[in-house]
Design a protein around this ligand. Structure first.
Ligand SMILES: C[S@@+](CC[C@H](N)C(=O)[O-])C[C@H]1O[C@@H](n2cnc3c(N)ncnc32)[C@H](O)[C@@H]1O
Length: 223
């Protein structure tokens, strides 16, 4: 399980794609949102800050250990409106319709991303937003050599994400890829070392690009 430091580093190095996506949405105070595959809660806490006291953020993860981890991250950040739940994305079932369902670094680990995206679509109100941020792992480079992630079921799922979102019946609103890049000491090297135990030294690193897809549930299904 990644430590809090690793998660903070991920939040640091991948903060720009998240910030761009949230800005693109115009996330508002009072919104209801879900962070699916919430892990340690970086994204959950960022969302909770934006939706404010009147909003609510469901942090959903299939690993029961994550519920306490997210709850304590939310408590440390004074974000009392976070509700942490143990649920799989394939069986997402929340007590109210959402304005936004978001996942980051989740779909690479699931057997059928389409099932999870369809559940996220059904969890939002008509016109509500679905955002997914997933890597193209092999497009990352250390000293020019491609990254690999043998533990992930589909480490390159980001490469097909826009098409998957359309196949899930969502309206594609925007999609792009962003990758942190660096050489020498700094957050990128620290992140890489924390995740892979490889110190890149002075070698140039391009971390796996994250493909972000911003999509909406159609107002009338079938259009
Ligand atoms: C790499 S972590 C990403 C955490 C977080 N989204 C982030 O970006 O920092 C993936 C998380 O997804 C969870 N997960 C894996 N498969 C899942 C599934 N089918 N449904 C819900 N959560 C799942 C794991 O337990 C883990 O916490």
């Amino acid at each position: 399980m990644p430590s809090v430091i690793e998660l903070e580093l991920r939040n640091d190095v991948y903060r720009r794609p998240l910030a761009t996506a949230l800005d693109r949405l115009g996330l508002k105070q009072g919104w209801r949102a879900a962070d699916v595959g919430a892990g340690g809660g970086d994204v959950t806490v960022a969302l909770a800050r934006l939706v404010g006291k009147e909003g609510r953020v469901y942090a959903v993860d299939s690993d029961p250990a994550r519920r306490d981890q997210v709850a304590s991250a939310a408590a440390r950040a004074s974000q009392a409106q976070v509700v942490a739940l143990t649920q799989s994305g394939e069986e997402l079932n929340l007590p109210e319709k959402l304005d936004l369902a978001l996942c980051r670094f989740l779909l690479l680990h699931v057997h059928d991303p389409l099932v999870v995206l369809a559940k996220m679509r059904d969890a939002v109100r008509p016109g509500g937003w679905v955002v997914a941020q997933e890597p193209v792992t092999s497009a990352g480079r250390i000293a020019g050599a491609p990254f690999s992630m043998p533990d992930a079921l589909d480490p390159d799922v980001g490469a097909v994400l826009p098409a998957l979102v359309r196949r899930a019946g969502l309206e594609l609103v925007d999609a792009w890829a962003e990758a942190p890049a660096w050489a020498g000491p700094g957050p990128v090297a620290l992140y890489l070392e924390a995740m892979t135990e490889v110190d890149p030294g002075d070698d140039p690193v391009i971390l796996p690009p994250l493909v972000t897809v911003v999509a909406r549930r159609r107002l009338v299904e079938g259009n």
